[in-house]
Design a protein around this ligand. Structure first.
Ligand SMILES: Nc1nc2c(ncn2[C@@H]2O[C@H](COP(=O)(O)OP(=O)(O)OP(=O)(O)O)[C@@H](O)[C@H]2O)c(=O)[nH]1
Ligand SMILES: [Mg+2]
Ligand SMILES: [Zn+2]
Length: 336
């Protein structure tokens, strides 16, 4: 009998106790102990599409949740009609604690922060090598948001049929971020999807980036059509006749498992909410060097202890340079 090791874990996942749910609701229970578990797949004007067992159920927020908003990726407790049939509407009565939050503000002076995706563990920062031109400042800002929110970044450089990736890769080399480069031809022969999929297996990955970089094209290459159809994609046609994504959508990856979350293109990525001490967690080689820093050090001021730490040979100066470049990106308002 197998007791320990990898296979046991997988068996455990498969044999998870049956979730409660789908029981008819006879009266309102104050604690909703009969609620089912749902996963928010997409949100459209107050209507949330949730995955409950193997059905997609349309739901709205219960009044008792107050101002708290459920976002894509949220695990929720859901009650009411869970049949998933047409014209039914269930209610979300609780949002479970999040393991991560990807946040942005509209710009840096905007105190109103929104959660883009909950519970993702990886952030794919998608950048076209041309059309539209790459904007390193926006990449830097996405990276800071990832580090701040507890997501590990992945660089996805698209449209290498239009321009080479070398300059950009050099800029990010010292950050040790995994990357994938894709092109039109590789999208068509399936190799792009295969390589990207390797980086996504078993993880929840949010795709972010400027409009038109190819996020949806890539997601479509990763997720078979019938899966996409069952969740219903939301998009609109731009003034120039191109389809653009208007709300975030989570889609399951077949085979290796995991989820991808396609999101609408962003112009900027406001970082008003970011705390430098959370960002430095992503630099384990530098973090111990901050012990000698003054309180609330910005890590980019004369008394910062990191200069001495690096001068003593504990870490690579290029890493400190990269960290400071990322932290400095918070001081600029626009995204490029
Ligand atoms: N040449 C080239 N074009 C690509 C590639 N990938 C995507 N495109 C094209 O780029 C355009 C935009 O692609 P989308 O996937 O809609 O971009 P998006 O990032 O989802 O855009 P938004 O939804 O507006 O944020 C489409 O016309 C795609 O066909 C690529 O590798 N090479
Ligand atoms: Mg899109
Ligand atoms: Zn410091």
């Amino acid at each position: 009998m197998r007791r320990y090791g990898k296979h046991t874990d997988e068996d455990d996942i498969r044999s998870r106790p049956n979730r409660k749910g789908n029981r008819p609701r006879t009266h309102i229970r104050p604690k909703h102990e009969d609620a089912a578990e749902g996963l928010v797949l997409t949100v459209d004007r107050g209507r949330l599409t949730c995955l409950v067992e193997d059905r997609t159920v349309l739901a709205m927020k219960a009044r008792e949740l107050g101002r708290k908003a459920a976002v894509v990726g949220d695990r929720v407790a859901i009650v009411g009609d869970l049949s998933g049939e047409k014209d039914t509407l269930a209610r979300i009565v609780r949002i479970e604690e999040r393991t991560s939050v990807l946040r942005r503000t509209a710009d840096d002076d905007d105190p109103y922060e929104r959660v883009v995706v909950a519970n993702a563990d990886q952030l794919a920062v998608v950048t076209a090598l041309a059309d539209p031109e790459p904007r390193p400042r926006l990449i830097d800002r996405c990276l800071v948001a990832a580090y701040d929110g507890g997501l590990t970044p992945l660089l996805v450089l698209t449209k290498s049929d239009l321009a080479p990736p070398d300059k950009l890769l050099e800029l990010y080399g010292d950050l040790d971020i995994p990357y994938v480069v894709t092109s039109r031809g590789e999208l068509e022969d399936g190799t792009a999807a295969d390589r990207v999929r390797e980086q996504l297996a078993g993880r929840i990955t949010a795709f972010v980036g400027h409009s038109g970089v190819g996020k949806t094209t890539l997601v479509n290459a990763l997720v078979p059509e019938e899966r996409r159809r069952s969740t219903g994609h939301v998009n609109a046609v731009t003034g120039r006749g191109r389809h653009t994504t208007t709300s975030a959508l989570a889609l399951p990856l077949a085979g290796a498992g995991g989820w991808v979350v396609d999101t609408p293109g962003v112009r900027s990525f406001g970082l008003a909410h970011v705390d430098p001490s959370r960002v430095i967690h992503a630099f384990p080689d530098l973090e111990p060097g901050t012990e000698g820093c003054p309180r609330a050090c910005s890590h980019d001021e004369p008394d910062c202890a990191l200069d001495a730490w690096v001068a003593e040979g504990h870490a690579d100066p290029a890493r400190l340079y990269s960290l400071r470049r990322l932290l400095a990106t918070r001081e600029h308002t626009e995204g490029d």
